[in-house]
Design a protein around this ligand. Structure first.
Ligand SMILES: Nc1ncnc2c1ncn2[C@@H]1O[C@H](COP(=O)(O)OP(=O)(O)OP(=O)(O)O)[C@@H](O)[C@H]1O
Length: 260
């Protein structure tokens, strides 16, 4: 069976360290897959490999059956796969709307941006992008602040803007790296609800986070990584009760364990 995202034996070495080793997993259309694991388990490296930020030493990434291993992030964005970063990728000095438009450009074909200035097709593309961005800002409750500098927004809103930037590229799969790191419980709930709304639009989600309350309320399945490998994958509550998972966190100290 072809999954929307198929990862096969993905491996990445940094010098002598295998940050990700023989990692195989899949994500189905419209699913929310969570990735958890102790610090240094290889989660960020894994999504960097999948989203083209770094190249794998070996292994394959397939989107809807097409081998896209090693393609650059902007090429992958046009194939429907985008990601956000741990730190917000928002330009604080730019307005909310200008930031969101960056995502719309990301989803365009080569030449479209260069042609933006004068051709009729370029004008149509620009109008479409503006309409799409306006609709996204409205949908995620940022329309009223679209004219403000992004840096003046509360942190939680900046996280939502990060998602708007990704969504403006019209992805099929969105990968989110620690979307609620540093947020209050209330802000994290808001982000969770936003991601659930994104899924309702038919978008598939891969999300990394350490906040287990957030992940339990969001994910269909959770994959646990440890030392570059997949430790186990299953329903969130099953996975969090798994003694191997508890041990993986306990091995790194009680502070991490308490987050389970
Ligand atoms: N560019 C790099 N060069 C060398 N080592 C790296 C590089 N990126 C990651 N690593 C190492 O790879 C391992 C996995 O790191 P990674 O950031 O993927 O873990 P993580 O599970 O995302 O951790 P965290 O939860 O702390 O973000 C770590 O030992 C890290 O130090």
């Amino acid at each position: 069976m072809t999954h929307l995202l198929d990862i096969e034996k993905l491996t990445r070495h940094f010098g002598g360290l295998a940050a990700v080793s023989d990692l195989t997993f899949h994500v189905d259309e419209n699913e929310i897959l969570g990735i958890i694991g102790p610090n240094g388990a290889g989660k960020t490296t894994a999504i960097n490999l999948v989203s083209g930020v770094i190249r794998p030493s070996s292994g394959h990434v397939r989107v809807a059956g097409e081998d896209v291993t090693g393609l650059m992030p902007h090429v992958l964005a046009r194939k429907g796969l985008v990601r956000t970063f741990q730190s917000t990728t928002v330009y604080g000095e730019r307005t909310v709307r200008e930031n969101a438009m960056r995502g719309a450009y990301l989803g365009m074909y080569p030449g479209a941006v260069a042609a933006f200035l004068n051709t009729a097709r370029a004008r149509r593309l620009r109008e479409e992008s503006v309409r799409r961005v306006n609709e996204l800002l409205e949908w995620l409750n940022l329309a009223d602040v679209a004219h403000l500098k992004a840096g003046s927004l509360p942190y939680g809103h900046q996280k939502t803007l990060g998602m708007v930037i990704s969504l403006a590229a019209q992805p099929r799969i969105i990968m989110l790296d620690e979307p609620v790191a540093g947020l209050s419980a209330e802000e994290a709930d808001h982000v969770r609800d936003t991601i659930l709304k994104i899924r309702e639009r038919g978008i598939t989600v891969v999300v990394i986070d350490h906040n287990m309350r957030f992940m339990k309320g969001l994910c269909d399945r959770v994959m646990v990584m440890n030392q570059g490998h997949e430790l186990t994958t299953g329903l969130p509550l099953e996975v969090l009760a798994n003694p191997l998972v508890i041990e993986a966190y306990l091995g790194r100290g009680h502070a991490a364990a308490h987050r389970i």
